[in-house]
Design a protein around this ligand. Structure first.
Ligand code: SAM
Length: 279
């Protein structure tokens, strides 16, 4: 089949933001729409049609779950810094208490563009002013020493929440292990990680086959093993962390009153994990 116009991995960030903007009541992300553009609107239409129309509410509930979780931890004075690994165009800084310090980390293409747009929008009062630090890093490269220095110079010993959502699918297991070791190095007991991944069984579903077909056409020649899935045990066996909450699209739909329209086979069911550092 002839290739359609390609999309880069980092451009998936536009698609995620667009999805969040399509049901604001559910996502409670009132700024995601700022990132919309004609190219991503066309992709979204294809994506919803060819992969799964349930993707809108999955992405909205993912945002809502982490937004509510972090809000509560901030209100209870358990978190002062939010570090978003593979932040894309998510808009948590503007949806959370203004006292929070933000560290936004992603590939240089995303960070340069996000920094410039957020600066413009804050200067024109389209967005409220927030304390945001941007760091460009590729998780496939050797980042440990420099990133450690930069993060410590910003957060000192303040309690932090690390968020990694919509990213692990694109990384391999070695890169993931390296990141979780890194999280352990920068966090103190009582700090949190919020992580999103798909379970192995996803690869047996009709929705995944449809996703792979589409990715094959639009990203490059891709195969099943290019996309990582993660079992619950990966989180349960992190030596320094305790798994304190685990949700998925079905449990969050029940919690937030979302009516699911498609059957299980047609849904890319994301899993949401909350870990707390114990030692
Ligand atoms: C689907 S987007 C999700 C963005 C954001 N976390 C969200 O939920 O809105 C995936 C993000 O992961 C980032 N990413 C993927 N591979 C990466 C890597 N090797 N290093 C740094 N960032 C990466 C992409 O640039 C992109 O912003």
């Amino acid at each position: 089949m002839e290739k359609e116009k390609n999309i880069e991995i980092h451009e998936t960030a536009f698609l995620t933001s667009t999805l969040r903007s399509l049901n604001e009541d559910l996502s409670q992300d009132y700024f995601a729409k700022l990132w919309r553009n004609p190219k991503s609107d066309i992709w979204i239409e294809k994506y919803l049609d060819r992969v799964s129309s349930e993707e809108i509410n999955i992405h909205c509930l993912r945002n809502r779950y982490f937004l509510d979780t972090i809000k509560k931890l901030v209100d209870d004075n358990n978190v002062e810094v939010l570090i978003n690994f593979g932040c894309g165009f998510s808009m948590y800084p503007f949806l959370l208490d203004e006292r929070l310090v933000h560290i936004e980390i992603d590939k240089p293409e995303i960070i340069d563009y996000k920094k410039s747009k957020l600066t413009d929008w804050q200067n024109s009062d389209t967005l409220p002013k927030r304390n945001i630090h941007f760091i460009a890093v590729d998780f496939s490269e050797d980042y440990k020493h420099d990133l450690l220095t930069q993060i410590f110079s910003i957060k000192n010993n303040k309690p932090c929440f690390i968020l990694i959502e919509g990213v692990l699918f694109f990384l391999d297991r070695e890169e993931t292990d390296k990141l979780f070791d890194f999280f352990d190095t920068i966090q103190k007991p009582g700090d949190f990680i919020g992580s999103v991944s798909f379970q192995d069984t996803l690869k047996e579903s009709l929705a995944f086959r449809k996703l792979l077909d589409l990715l094959n056409q639009i990203v490059s020649n891709t195969k099943e093993s290019d996309y990582q899935t993660i079992e619950d045990d990966y989180y349960r066996s992190q030596p320094a962390y305790q798994l304190i909450d685990h949700q998925d699209y079905f449990s969050l739909s029940a919690k937030y009153g979302n009516v699911i329209k498609l059957n299980k086979e047609e849904i890319l069911n994301e899993n949401f994990y909350l870990l707390k550092k114990s030692n």
